[in-house]
Unconditional design. Structure first.
Length: 299
């Protein structure tokens, strides 16, 4: 009996606080950043510095503190293989300039690391329970994924995207058009922007912000964060998904729910038609590359 009471007490204390007891925030934002093998230490550092500098930007600081509640909650983790995710900063309340400065300091001081495979699906799977365990009650839940390659490890990215959308989590994407030589000789993916649009992002007013290269990453991060924090995502209607020839600053967005829609609107409706090459193109390209070059298929 005593053991049962102890177990019940542990479950009680481990459970998240009831919604009415949690501080309200304008948005709960999870930043998921790619550190797979196609990214070298210099590129990983450029990504990290891009986020640090963005949160130090006075315009973004003002946007964070000017919402309905004047505060947001943010968490930051890095990802690679299906089961490799590294939480650098857990849920942090940004409700003052001092809090924002503290967040950027923690982020800038965290060590840089690089792993191996690219599992966007693993990143989404890892992020989903983070929102339910957040100590804050958010008006919006946004998962922000940046990376330089398509999914090639773990489950299908569309399956995990569906699970996130069922929980009313909006997924935005920042694909990095990386034309630097891959250390393994894997060719660059010049259609990564379209892949992110059709296979990764989803939810009302979800969008893709394209970084033309790693040097362009800080600009792209700043623009993307400003829209996520201020909830001013693009409202254009791009039925064809055609990104055109000029990718710099290009954004494509899902439509917003029409006025009068219920608060429990089905987020799974807000996805693009499947990519014409298939949303498993990353897995197929990876298998073909390793088979052709080394005569083996990666585990």
């Amino acid at each position: 009996m005593a053991r049962l009471l102890c177990l019940l007490a542990l479950l009680l204390f481990a459970a998240p606080a009831p919604a009415q007891d949690r501080k309200e925030v304008d948005v709960a934002l999870v930043l998921a950043v790619d550190i797979s093998g196609s990214i070298d230490p210099d590129e990983a550092r450029l990504q990290r510095e891009g986020y640090v500098e963005a949160f130090r930007d006075p315009v973004i600081v003002k946007a964070i503190l000017s919402g309905n509640h004047g505060r947001i909650a943010v968490a930051y983790f890095e990802w690679s293989d299906s089961w490799v995710q590294k939480l650098l900063v857990d849920w942090t309340l940004l409700d003052s300039e001092a809090a924002i400065a503290g967040f950027t300091a923690r982020l800038s001081e965290a060590p840089i690391s690089i792993a191996r495979r690219t599992s966007i699906s693993g990143a989404i799977r890892y992020a989903i329970p983070m929102f339910s365990s957040s100590p804050y009650e958010a008006e919006r839940k946004v998962l922000d994924i940046s990376g330089d390659g398509s999914n090639n490890d773990g489950g299908l990215v569309t399956d995990l995207r569906h699970e996130a959308l069922k929980d009313r989590i909006v997924i935005n994407g920042l694909p990095i058009m990386n034309d630097r030589p891959n250390p393994f000789g894997f060719p660059s993916e010049n259609d990564l922007d379209k892949y992110y649009l059709h296979c990764v992002t989803g939810g009302p007013r979800s969008f893709v912000e394209v970084a033309t290269n790693f040097e362009d990453f800080p600009r792209a991060v700043r623009k993307k964060l400003l829209q996520e924090v201020a909830d001013i995502g693009p409202r254009h209607d791009f039925d064809t998904g055609d990104l055109g020839t000029e990718r710099h600053g290009v954004q494509l967005a899902q439509a917003a729910p029409r006025r009068g829609n219920r608060a429990d609107d089905d987020y799974t409706r807000f996805v693009r038609p499947e990519y014409e090459l298939g949303c498993d193109i990353g897995e197929r390209r990876s298998r073909d590359f390793w088979q052709r070059r080394f005569g083996v298929t990666p585990d």
